[in-house]
Structures are given as structure tokens and as C-alpha cells.
Design a protein around this ligand. Structure first.
Ligand SMILES: C[S@@+](CC[C@H](N)C(=O)[O-])C[C@H]1O[C@@H](n2cnc3c(N)ncnc32)[C@H](O)[C@@H]1O
Length: 361
């Protein structure tokens, strides 16, 4: 006997979340940005509220999840900043969007192994509203703390995970994309025409309205030191190139990339490329000397990540593991194309990894 096995809205993702979104729509529409916010960050059912999303068991890989080598390289950059500030007794690393803390753990391990005072001076603070990791050396905060004198702000793939507004260019100007429930699926509808300067006149594009205020907050966390940002993104000219008709929004579900944010609702990552020009202007505006952006493969190579592979040659298992990680982290078509952007305040000298960058010419 055949039973009624139709899954209903469960076929579209997390049914509890879908019901909440439909209720908020109240028979009408919500802007795409709000849909993305609920899908990723609803306080109970949002994608990022559950642990295990990032990594081989999850939906996608980030650099810290590949191997601690990434964190060791970043740790050496942080130590350089600490040295330039005359090795202060207290040095704070803030990491907004730390996820479950893989980067922090690698940095703290690396520092502990050094024969200097870097480790003693370090305080590591994860500013992460959605999850909490298990490394007890990291302090987890959901609210922004008071600014410190000396420190660093690190963020890996934070800005590309922020909810964005979505637009479609029309002959009358850009129309904001809204989302409604048609009884079976979430579908898009064009909202009002919006007045926006210097945006594409063809195709779809995203505007990240949350990046600027978040960057401003991050820039205010330290009085002197550095900011290091790693994100998929382009400067505006490339981001909004006339041939890019579909924008940059993409989704990751069980290591498969696709472009439909209305499937696997609450069970898949949704991301968009960052407008690097905006972050560059922001760093300058908020009082930093801006360095980069340069691709991650170039940055890590300049920091000497290749040496970490060579130094493991006597232990074949370790060697092959590091070699594989090196290839993934520096793959110019994958993680290696992530862009590294930095800001310095109160620091003199050429920051490691940025030698030869146009900023120093
Ligand atoms: C793509 S994940 C990256 C996690 C980690 N940095 C990594 O590289 O594995 C983005 C993270 O940013 C966090 N996040 C989103 N909005 C945030 C905000 N406004 N402030 C701090 N963290 C935020 C999310 O909860 C999520 O953990």
C-alpha cells in the first residue's frame, strides 16, 4: 500500500524556519536581505546557529578548517605587529566571526611554542554572536568590548557571510528583489525602483549594507596595531563589470556550489562576494593605512608557508598532509583567490606579505 510520503515544505529545508519566514511575510513579501538574514541567522533555526557547518563533515571549507598551517602563518604576522609595537605586555587579538575558533586555536598553539613573551602578552577574543567553540583559552563575546591600546583584528570570511540586498537593473533603474511564498516555493518579485548611484545598468547585483558599519566597529576596537581581512571579493570595477550579469550570490550545500538560495533553507550557506573598494575606503576613513588587497596564495607564499611543507619532510605522513593543505590554501582557483586586505595604525615598516604591493611603491 502506497502511503502519502510527500514531504511538503520539508523538501525546501528546515520546516520550522520556513514556517517562521512565511509567517513574517504575512501573505506579502520581504526584501531578499531579510530572507538571507533569517536563513543564516535566525536566533533559533538559522544556518549558523548549528555547529559543524564548516569542515569536511559540513557544507564548505574555510582556510582555518583546512589545516592549522593557515593559522600559524597568520600568527607570525600578528607577532610581527606585536614586535613593531615594542612588544607590549598586553596584546589583544579580536576575531569577529570566529566560527568555532579554529583560527584562534592555531594562533594560540603557535604562540605557546615560541621562546618569547608573545604568548604571555596574548588575549584572544572571539566576537561571535552565533556559535561558541570549545577552546578555553579563547574568550567568547557576543557584545563588542571596549577598545584596547594594542592589538589586532582578524576576520576570515566574515564580510562574505553578511546578508546582502539584491537588485536587478531595469530600464527605469535598479529594482530591489523581494521574496514571497507562492504556496509551494519561495519566489522572487521585483520591488520598487531605487535611486542608486554608479551601480550596474544590466543584470543582477548585490549591495552589502552591513559591511560598512561592521568595519567601522572593528576599526574602533584597537588604538594601534593591525587589521587583517580575508574574503572572497573584487574591487568595484570587477565586481560590477558589465559582463557579470548574475551577480555573485552563491550557495553551498554538502560541498556542492549552486545558485539557488531558496533550496535547503536554513541548511545551506549563502554567500556573496565582497566589495573590496568599499572596505579599502572604510579602512582609510576609519584611520588606517590600507595594504592590499592581494590574493591569499601570494600572501601566504610571501609569509613562507612553503617552508612548513619542507620542514616536515622527515615525517612522510605529516609531509603529505601539509603538502595537500598547502595546495588547497594557495590554489589560485579556490581558497588561494581569497583577497587579503590589511590596515595598519601606529606601525612603521613594510608589513610581511605585502612587500611589492602597490601601497609600498
Ligand atoms: C563563513 S563563516 C566563517 C567562520 C570562520 N571565520 C572561518 O573562517 O572558518 C562566517 C561567520 O561570521 C559570523 N558572523 C556573521 N555576522 C557576524 C557579525 N555581525 N559579527 C560577528 N560575526 C558574525 C557567523 O556566525 C559565522 O560564524
Amino acid at each position: 500500500m502506497a502511503l502519502d510520503i510527500e514531504p511538503g515544505i520539508a523538501a525546501e529545508g528546515n520546516p520550522a524556519l520556513i514556517k517562521i519566514i512565511i509567517k513574517e511575510m504575512d501573505g506579502g513579501t520581504i526584501p531578499f536581505e531579510r530572507f538571507m538574514e533569517l536563513a543564516l541567522y535566525h536566533p533559533e533555526h538559522g544556518y549558523y546557529r548549528k555547529s559543524g557547518r564548516i569542515g569536511r563533515q559540513g557544507d564548505f571549507l574555510t582556510s582555518p578548517a583546512i589545516h592549522p598551517m593557515f593559522g600559524w602563518a597568520i600568527a607570525s604576522w600578528c607577532e610581527w605587529i606585536w614586535q613593531q609595537l615594542d612588544e607590549p605586555d598586553t596584546f589583544t587579538i579580536f576575531e569577529p566571526g570566529a566560527g568555532e575558533g579554529a583560527l584562534g586555536s592555531a594562533i594560540l598553539d603557535w604562540a605557546e611554542a615560541r621562546e618569547n613573551n608573545f604568548s604571555q602578552s596574548l588575549r584572544y577574543i572571539a566576537l561571535e554572536p552565533n556559535t561558541e567553540g570549545t577552546d578555553s583559552r579563547i574568550q567568547w563575546l557576543q557584545e563588542n568590548p571596549s577598545p584596547v591600546l594594542n592589538g589586532i583584528v582578524l576576520a576570515n570570511e566574515l564580510f562574505d557571510a553578511l546578508p546582502t540586498r539584491l537588485f536587478e537593473a531595469t530600464e527605469r533603474g535598479p529594482a530591489e528583489i523581494h521574496v514571497r511564498w507562492d504556496g509551494n516555493n519561495f519566489v522572487e518579485v521585483r520591488g520598487n525602483i531605487t535611486v542608486l548611484q554608479n551601480v550596474p545598468i544590466k543584470g543582477r547585483f548585490e549591495i552589502n549594507g552591513k559591511a560598512w558599519p561592521l568595519l567601522e566597529t572593528m576599526c574602533g576596537l584597537i588604538k594601534q596595531g593591525g587589521i587583517l581581512l580575508a574574503d572572497y571579493g573584487y574591487e568595484e570595477e570587477k565586481l560590477w563589470a558589465p559582463w557579470r550579469l548574475q551577480g555573485t550570490l552563491s550557495c553551498f550545500y554538502r560541498h556542492t556550489a549552486h545558485e539557488n538560495p531558496y533550496r535547503h533553507v536554513g541548511e545551506q550557506d549563502i554567500t556573496s562576494h565582497v566589495n573590496l573598494s568599499e572596505l579599502e575606503t572604510g579602512l582609510q576613513n576609519f584611520g588606517y593605512e590600507q595594504l592590499g588587497p592581494i590574493p591569499q596564495h601570494e600572501f601566504l607564499t610571501k609569509l613562507g608557508i612553503g617552508n612548513l611543507v619542507e620542514s616536515a619532510r622527515t615525517d612522510l605522513g605529516n609531509y603529505f598532509e601539509r603538502r595537500q593543505a598547502f595546495q588547497a590554501l594557495t590554489d589560485a582557483g579556490g581558497l588561494g583567490k581569497i583577497q587579503i586586505l590589511a590596515g595598519l595604525r601606529g606601525i612603521k615598516g613594510t608589513a610581511p606579505g605585502f612587500e611589492g604591493d602597490k601601497t609600498y611603491e
